[in-house]
Design a protein around this ligand. Structure first.
Ligand SMILES: Nc1ncnc2c1ncn2[C@@H]1O[C@H](COP(=O)(O)OP(=O)(O)OP(=O)(O)O)[C@@H](O)[C@H]1O
Ligand SMILES: [Mg+2]
Length: 244
């Protein structure tokens, strides 16, 4: 997409922006950390100066509520409450119409229970899929089914996208990821980060913050985001190179 601007002389300069990279955060299991991962990821991008849009596809609107609490002194994140707006308008309002040409990163929160056509529609819009999972036996079994569903959906079969798993609410004496790890290895899906279980995520979630908004405090939490952002940056570079 092009943005035209004219200089002081009659020369016309054309600025072209690469398309925004869209990251879908999904897992059919409720309460595994989708909104926490989405909001923190948006903060990470905004903090390094990337024009960031948070799209909330959950009718519960937790990410939208979080954004409403965010101080305007923090790096700006734009938001679209996609499902709420659609319900209000009674039509299929496309959020893609609302992305400005300069939008660089789009982070998409999704509801629990995502499956079927709704899952396929969201996968079709995404460049990268991140799946948060709590390391409990029940959640690990559920995520195995969700990933199998995702890989079977029409949009993914038409165009496979990079997927990665993030362990969330990890306690020190946590269960091993044995069976899940074997399944992921077979599907070539990387396990890219472990986020610890701490009240800090709860407090940040209730106040419109992300881990990265605290400079020196919470060093351990900031540290655990590094491998995640490293994987994302490498994957984004690969996508950008393939698109150019
Ligand atoms: N790493 C963490 N440590 C402690 N609490 C966490 C962590 N991640 C998430 N939580 C808390 O767990 C709860 C569920 O997290 P979150 O809302 O992000 O999950 P979700 O997958 O979006 O849930 P839903 O399916 O209902 O949309 C929230 O109260 C959140 O603050
Ligand atoms: Mg949520």
């Amino acid at each position: 997409m092009n943005h035209m601007s004219s200089g002081p002389t009659s020369t016309v300069r054309t600025v072209s922006y690469p398309p925004a990279i869209k990251i879908l955060v999904a897992n059919a299991k409720g309460g595994c950390g989708k909104t926490t991962l989405t909001t923190n990821l948006a903060c990470q991008f905004a903090r390094i100066g990337e024009t960031t849009m948070l799209i909330d596809h959950d009718p519960q609107g937790s990410a939208t509520d979080w954004l409403a609490l965010r101080s305007n002194r923090l790096p700006i994140i734009d938001g679209i409450a996609a499902t709420r707006e659609r319900h209000r308008a009674g039509s299929t309002l496309s959020w893609r119409m609302r992305l400005t040409p300069s939008t660089q990163r789009v982070v998409i929160d999704t509801p629990a229970g995502l499956h079927g056509n709704e899952l396929s529609d969201l996968v079709a819009q995404a460049d990268i899929i991140l799946i948060p999972v709590i390391p409990s036996a029940i959640d690990m079994r559920a995520v195995t089914e969700f990933i199998a569903d995702l890989m079977k959906c029409q949009a993914f079969r038409q165009k496979a996208k990079p997927i990665a798993v993030v362990a969330n609410r990890v306690k020190r004496n946590t269960l091993s990821f044995g069976a899940l790890k074997k399944f992921l290895d077979k599907q070539h899906i990387p396990f890219i980060a472990s986020l610890r279980d701490t009240q800090f995520y709860v407090r940040a979630g209730e106040n419109g913050f992300g881990v990265v908004d605290f400079d020196r405090q919470h060093a351990k939490e900031q540290e655990e985001w590094r491998p995640l952002m490293r994987w994302l940056n490498t994957t984004i570079s690969e996508i950008t190179a393939a698109n150019s």
